[in-house]
Ligand binder design. Sequence first.
Ligand SMILES: C[S@@+](CC[C@H](N)C(=O)[O-])C[C@H]1O[C@@H](n2cnc3c(N)ncnc32)[C@H](O)[C@@H]1O
Length: 154
Amino acid sequence: MPPSTFSMRAVGTVHSPYTDRSQVPRGPGAKHDAEGVLEIAPDLEPGLADIEGFSHLYVIWVFDRADRSNLVSTPPTDDRPHGVFATRSPQRPNPIALTVVRLLGREGTRLRVRGVDMLDGTPILDIKPYLSSIPARELRRGWLDEAEERAARS
Ligand SMILES: C[S@@+](CC[C@H](N)C(=O)[O-])C[C@H]1O[C@@H](n2cnc3c(N)ncnc32)[C@H](O)[C@@H]1O
């Protein structure tokens, strides 16, 4: 049997202008253009080699200040509940989050980025280059398209 629990270390920390969840833009049309810094642990600096060539990065991080008990939630973009795995809710069984940021520059172990939606001090689990080979016409957005259409009509 493969293991069903895993231990991981934080590879770094997010420096963000947001200190409280209420400060992070949310709901329909929310724009994420806040700048922040991803500070990577000094012993991992060799792992940042060649990252400057990528315009965007996936940041995999930990919702370290979230409740984990809800499996159904009503997102700020809708007035109807949805299963947690069909949402980006911070309240989920494993508190793992994914954000795409634009890489603005690198100074040693510090990556300056735009598009943070994390609170200051959030632990980072991993960073990967953003690559997508799925054409936009093939993407379906589930309940989100319907919620946006309803909001536009009201
Ligand atoms: C809807 S979640 C989306 C996060 C990520 N982009 C994703 O899709 O997995 C964004 C919200 O997470 C909350 N948040 C940010 N940092 C957090 C942290 N360290 N612990 C718990 N909640 C956090 C903020 O309230 C923010 O509005």
